[in-house]
Design a protein around this ligand. Structure first.
Ligand SMILES: Cc1cc2nc3c(=O)[nH]c(=O)nc-3n(C[C@H](O)[C@H](O)[C@H](O)COP(=O)(O)OP(=O)(O)OC[C@H]3O[C@@H](n4cnc5c(N)ncnc54)[C@H](O)[C@@H]3O)c2cc1C
Length: 457
């Protein structure tokens, strides 16, 4: 790994974007004695981890849970002295297929799962073990996951499990996803299982606990966090970046690290580094909308329900209060209805009312008892940059962390590939970017994550 040479003078770093990636870099750089400023475009830090007030508690705009092998996240929580807030619980998965809910947690559940033929059940197990335990992701970069599953897991296993799973995650881009991504995904899920049940983690008090603690610690280390400081222009002369222009003024000098989504960075480079902007515009993002319903009773007894029947406006029903007790929310029951979308999808610009009108009536198809009167409050959160769209051979599109423009470094979700985007992997790529800039990140553990390998040499 090639590092920048470090001088004995205190080095200056301006981080663009105050999501977990930018904040983790800020933490490591400040610890290493750098002079750090974070420019956050919105009125709050946290990015996709942001939370809101609901039923006497805070909750994530977008459902979040963690895995037992999220070593980098645990490291950060320990540093902040809040590791005891991360609690792991058994969770339940179900699949709605052929108008029925099937539990999908144990080998016995698989045996009882009618939509999959017996022969395909065996192929399902063997192909999952191969991808999750044995496969080298590099071998499978140029084969679509759906083609792979049809060939090795069989038609009924693919149609009832893998295709809906890819659709819930990637929406209209599902058929582009390489098998390499499934290798990362299955490694993450299999390592989070103890016995036959999956254990997932949640931070008590929501991700706000992490955001607040990190923010406090950064301030104590002298990091300047400037809110409402959307970078409007990058000032580049002779291929060297010397400043970032925001409504709060121009921030000059030192290194700059862009952690904002690549699609937000492209317009900042178009006028003064057009070839590089063109290269970055190969990275596309899918959007996501989460409709959150606060209800006076449970919807089902399952935490994560994949909706595998056609014709639904959402791909999953995530019943948060089947993971975290309703007692934490004054007895209310909370579900997320999750949908990923392409930027051209009408949902990208639909009103809140349109979204609710589409989503809520479909719940009756899953639970015929459901009545709109159960819903006490509703919330809709939407982002255009929920996940990078990984196509075949995506590693060719992942940009280098050190850019062709002097003083400019970038790190974003594309660097997580072939692993699944997550807070843990955001900390991993933050550590890798630090290494690249000559910031000490040796204390961050590097366990099973596949992220942070590409674009970092
Ligand atoms: C629906 C959904 C479910 C998820 N579920 C999980 C989960 O279960 N577990 C898990 O670990 N992870 C989950 N994630 C992923 C996790 O939230 C992200 O991987 C992580 O938060 C990304 O952090 P980031 O800092 O890279 O990017 P972001 O959070 O996108 O942060 C980028 C920041 O840049 C700022 N910005 C943008 N443009 C500018 C500009 N011009 N100037 C200044 N600032 C700018 C933005 O305001 C934002 O704060 C989920 C995400 C989604 C959308």
């Amino acid at each position: 790994m090639q590092n920048e040479k470090k001088s004995s003078v205190k080095q200056k770093l301006t981080i663009i974007g105050g999501g977990i990636t930018g904040l983790a870099v800020a933490y490591l750089a400040a610890k290493d004695g750098w002079d750090v400023t974070v420019l956050e475009g919105s009125e709050q830090i946290g990015g996709l981890m942001r939370t809101f007030q609901i039923a006497g508690n805070r909750l994530e705009h977008y459902y979040h849970h963690f895995f037992t092998n999220d070593a980098e996240l645990v490291w950060l929580l320990r540093e902040l002295d809040i590791a005891d807030k991360l609690e792991f619980r058994k969770t339940t998965i179900g699949i709605f297929r052929n108008n029925s809910i099937y539990d999908f947690n144990t080998p016995m559940d698989l045996l009882k799962f009618k939509p999959m033929k017996m022969m395909d059940k065996i192929r399902f197990i063997l192909s999952s073990i191969y991808l999750g335990k044995l496969a080298d992701w590099k071998k499978w970069e140029n084969v679509s996951a759906l083609d792979w599953f049809y060939k090795y897991a069989g038609r009924s296993a693919t149609d009832s499990v893998w295709k809906p799973l890819l659709e819930i995650k990637f929406g209209p881009y599902a058929n582009k996803v390489p098998t390499a991504w499934m290798v990362g995904r299955l490694k993450q899920r299999m390592n989070s299982r103890q016995g036959t049940k999956e254990h997932l983690g949640y931070i008590k008090g929501s991700l706000q606990t992490l955001i607040d603690s990190l923010s406090k610690s950064l301030s104590a280390m002298g990091v300047k966090i400037i809110l409402n400081a959307r970078v409007e222009r990058l000032l580049i002369k002779q291929n060297t970046l010397y400043g970032a222009e925001t409504a709060k003024g121009v921030f000059n000098g030192g290194f700059f690290l862009a952690t904002l989504p690549a699609t937000h960075l492209v317009p900042l480079l178009r006028d003064n580094a057009s070839d590089y902007a063109k290269e970055l515009s190969r990275i596309e993002y899918s959007g996501a909308v989460c409709t959150i319903l606060e209800m006076d009773r449970p919807f089902s007894n399952i935490y994560w329900l994949n909706v595998a029947d056609p014709g639904f406006p959402f791909g999953g029903v995530i019943e948060h209060t089947n993971f975290i007790s309703p007692d934490e929310y004054n007895g209310s029951h909370i579900i997320y209805l999750s949908r990923y979308f392409a930027q051209t999808d009408h949902i990208a610009s639909a009103s809140k009312k349109d979204i609710l009108d589409q989503m809520i009536p479909s719940l009756k198809r899953i639970n015929p008892q459901f009545k709109e009167s159960w819903v006490k409050n509703n919330y809709v959160f939407r982002t255009n940059t929920a996940a990078t769209v990984c196509g075949l051979n995506f590693s060719d599109a992942v940009p280098g962390c050190k850019t062709p423009i002097s003083n400019l470094y970038i790190v974003n979700m594309s660097h997580i590939y072939p692993d699944e985007r997550s807070c843990n992997n955001a900390i991993r790529i933050a550590a890798q970017a630090c290494k690249k800039m000559g910031i000490d990140s040796s204390m961050v553990p590097f366990r099973s994550s596949l992220s942070g390998q590409i674009g970092m040499d």
